[in-house]
Write a protein that binds this ligand. Structure first.
Ligand code: HEC
Length: 142
């Protein structure tokens, strides 16, 4: 029994040490990774953009505008990943939800949890989910 408690104590303090990797602004959370972005993409984007982001999701057929192939964003932008454009498109414009577009906007309540991300040379406060998503999107470019 005592041994189990000790093992638990060691485990939980290891977890505490891992969890307390602080960022400059004092938040106790690490930067989101490609895996976080992939999970967010699977949950929110795959239905339209397809599993690999190539624009062939299951609901893509019925849409008025076809979802673009997201693995070609860099190729269509002089081989540079258009992080700022992708970010602002995905985030949307929460104040102007009447904007005519097919794709939903993912901003809004996300604005509560921001992390600093280097967007084309400018450190930009970015919703945590979208920061991971950008890492993922950049990784699937052809
Ligand atoms: C309901 C279907 C749908 C969902 C869900 C969706 N998209 Fe889209 N997406 C579209 C369509 C359609 C377009 C083309 C522009 C338009 O009409 O909105 C688009 C455009 C884009 C663009 C702009 C590409 C460019 O040329 O600049 C990006 C980036 C993008 N989507 C990423 C995402 C990500 C990331 C997600 C998940 C967080 C997502 N989309 C979820 C349908 C969708």
């Amino acid at each position: 029994m005592r041994r189990t408690n000790l093992a638990l104590l060691v485990l939980s303090s290891t977890f505490l040490v891992l969890a307390s990797c602080t960022s400059p602004d004092g938040q106790n959370e690490a930067m989101p990774t490609r895996a976080d972005g992939a999970a967010f993409f699977a949950a929110n984007c795959v239905s339209c953009h397809g599993a690999g982001g190539q624009g062939v999701g299951t609901t893509a057929d019925g849409l008025a505008v076809l979802p673009p192939n997201l693995t070609l964003l860099s190729a269509e932008n002089d081989d540079r990943f258009p992080a700022a454009r992708a970010l602002s498109y995905i985030y949307g414009d929460p104040q102007n939800s009447h904007l005519a577009r097919v794709m939903p906007q993912f901003g809004g309540e996300m604005a509560e949890d921001l992390v600093p991300v280097d967007i084309e040379g400018v450190l930009t406060p970015t919703p945590r989910e979208l920061a991971g998503l950008l890492v993922y999107l950049e990784s699937i470019q052809q």
